[in-house]
Write a protein that binds this ligand. Structure first.
Ligand code: HEC
Length: 254
């Protein structure tokens, strides 16, 4: 019995491995792979803002377009760059060696990033850049100390400052948003120079982006969830027939 219980627990453990994040508090996020509008916006942001440096080698444009119900013409018009074909993987032109020279570390492929770090980590990371003049890009990050990536979403988010010491700033970017001042209360990070989006809008942008990264890590999950429902309906109908047949067979025995 104990053996079965242990086996059951192993099955129920979540698939994505949470990377060690020290003592930094990560903000909660509930991903929703059924929300096509969010995934579509996330894909737009990803191609627009992230694929300058990061590839997604395990994902093809066409597959994503089909899964997320984006018409192929729109992908061709807005998402493909310089001679890319819709059937191709989401590769980029940047050379890994050059990138390592420019940034210290090369920007990793992000196809499986959400499985590696978990959605909470990504959601918090992308919202936790803050001003730090001592760093090459003028920013540091609460979740990823001394990160080699610039804050590529700064024009949307604005420039944040960090009021806390290293120990205290283990808060991520959480805290209630005050609608009057458009700042996050009881948070170490506040926007010093506003960007084009409000704090709430920016949370949504990063939510959509994180949602898309989770989808990319498990593109078959959408399909299997939809298939799962069909299989259950089939099993239910099959059960009715099997039960009727059983009754028919045993009718003469009793
Ligand atoms: C200008 C180039 C550049 C752009 C554009 C860029 N990144 Fe990065 N990114 C980097 C570099 C360089 C690193 C590696 C940082 C390091 O290891 O210090 C990185 C690291 C990361 C990591 C952490 C990887 C890990 O697990 O170690 C994530 C997540 C990430 N980027 C997400 C994004 C997303 C999402 C976007 C689009 C909004 C984006 N990046 C746009 C350069 C870029």
């Amino acid at each position: 019995m104990k053996k079965y219980l242990i086996a059951l627990m192993m099955v129920l453990l979540p698939v994505s491995v949470q990377a060690a994040t020290g003592s930094v508090h990560l903000d909660a996020i509930e991903v929703d792979l059924e929300n096509n509008a969010s995934l579509q916006r996330g894909m737009g942001t990803f191609v627009d803002r992230c694929m300058g440096c990061h590839s997604a080698d395990y994902q093809r444009f066409e597959r994503a377009a089909n899964d997320l119900d984006i018409p192929n013409e729109l992908v061709e018009e807005y998402l493909l760059m310089g001679g890319q074909k819709i059937g191709e993987q989401m590769k980029i032109a940047m050379d890994k060696g050059d990138a390592a020279n420019w940034f210290g570390n090369p920007p990793p492929d992000l196809s499986l990033e959400a499985r590696l770090r978990g959605p909470e980590w990504i959601y918090t990371y992308l919202r936790s850049f803050y001003k730090d003049e001592s760093r090459p890009w003028g920013v540091n990050n609460v979740v990823f100390k001394d990160v080699g990536m610039p804050n590529v979403l700064e024009d949307l988010q604005g420039l944040q400052v960090n009021h806390c010491t290293a120990q205290e700033s283990a808060h991520g970017a959480s805290g209630e948003i005050d609608p009057l001042t458009n700042t996050r209360m009881s948070s170490c990070l506040t926007v010093e120079k506003a960007g084009s989006q409000s704090v709430e809008e920016f949370d949504r942008t990063v939510y959509d982006l994180t949602n898309f990264l989770v989808y990319m890590g498990e593109p078959y999950r959408l399909e299997s969830e939809r298939l799962g429902t069909k299989v259950l309906i089939f099993l239910f109908i099959f059960f009715l027939f099997a039960f009727a047949l059983k009754k028919e067979y045993w009718k003469d025995v009793h």
